[in-house]
Design a protein around this ligand. Structure first.
Ligand code: DP6
Length: 325
């Protein structure tokens, strides 16, 4: 029996990842850049039993669904390939936030799983290598291995060994924050995996997305290093709008926005016009994350709460990378 525990946090992309050039290895068409979110954590314990059998996965105390178990087992198989004899794994994972609330837990979940599994196996891998393991389960998870502002480098090699996450700026180096407005949906989130695949295959705008994202990424990295929030915020807004434009123009279309989503986008613009620096970004769902100065986050959250259809607003600052518990 070999056990290890980890804690990892979710992340929010400011320059989005949308589209794979290799589905099996999870290699993106473009690089992306995110902020690791202090408030959204997953703690995971992995035990390799040494005996053959199927893996067991408990999420917040309940047995996980088929798709999640399959992705976890595929990740665990990569670890088992490095160290024969580990056997079936028992995995227990807990989120600090309700997954049913609509916030993505796959990034923190697979980052925590990759690290705990490698550590339980006794593999002494650099964090960049852990990011490759997490990437194989879910692309955005690779960025959660590091804290603060993180770039997922696209890489060039067909085997994906250079498609890794790298830290850009540590969590405590910049006093920014995010307020995330959770929009009531009443139904399960559409799969970002399927929607992005459809965008690659059918959106007439996908080429333009790839062409312009490389420049957005360079610009965003420079803005983070210069701690220029206004510049970063403007890039983040154009990145999510372009990503959603490819989704909306896919066949069949993927429209993630609800009524309150548009109200929130308008409210963020009003805040800005009234002098409060606030910039929106949206993943493959209806929720709106708003980047702002740390001193403004209470005020921004308050403004978002006033929109009808907003169930909750989570305030968070940049958080650290994966931790061994
Ligand atoms: C919109 O990482 O969930 O959140 O690699 O297929 O697991 P898979 O996709 P996933 O997609 C994230 C898409 C996004 C943008 C981002 O996080 O960069």
């Amino acid at each position: 029996m070999a056990t290890a525990r980890s804690r990892a946090r979710s992340n929010m992309a400011l320059v989005k990842y949308w589209g794979k050039r290799d589905d099996r290895l999870v290699l993106p068409f473009t690089g992306s850049l995110s902020m690791t979110l202090d408030a959204l954590t997953t703690e995971t314990e992995v035990t390799f039993t040494g005996a053959p059998g199927s893996d067991e996965l408990l999420l917040d105390g309940a047995p996980a669904q088929g798709g999640e178990v399959k992705r976890a087992t595929e990740l665990l198989n990569l670890v088992r390939a490095e160290k024969p004899g580990l056997g079936a794994a028992k995995v227990q994972s807990r989120n600090s936030f309700p997954t049913a609330g609509g916030l993505a837990s796959s990034a923190s979940g697979f980052a925590a799983l990759a690290a705990a599994a490698a550590w339980a196996a006794g593999l002494d891998l650099p964090t960049e290598q852990l990011s490759i393991l997490a990437r194989r389960a879910s692309g955005s998870a690779c960025r959660s291995l590091f804290g603060g502002f993180v770039e997922w480098v696209r890489g060039e090699r067909p085997d994906g060994t250079d498609s890794v996450a790298r830290p850009v700026l540590p969590a405590d180096a910049w006093d920014v924050a995010m307020a995330i407005a959770i929009v009531d949906t009443g139904r399960k989130k559409d799969s970002s995996r399927d929607a992005m695949k459809q965008s690659v295959l059918t959106s007439p705008y996908f080429d333009a997305w790839v062409k312009t994202t490389t420049a957005d990424l360079e610009d965003a990295r420079a803005a983070v290093l210069a701690r220029d929030l206004e510049r970063l915020g403007a890039i983040a807004e154009r990145s999510f709008l372009k990503m959603h434009a490819t989704a909306i123009t896919s066949d069949p279309p993927a429209i993630f926005w609800k009524g309150p989503t548009l109200e929130l986008i308008a409210r963020v613009r009003e805040l800005r016009e009234a002098g409060t620096g606030a910039w929106a970004t949206i993943d493959a769902g209806p929720h709106v994350a708003v980047l702002c100065r740390r001193a403004d986050v209470g005020k921004v959250a308050q403004a978002l709460r006033q929109i009808s259809g907003v169930r909750d607003v989570v305030e968070t600052r940049p958080g650290p990378g994966v931790e061994r518990l």
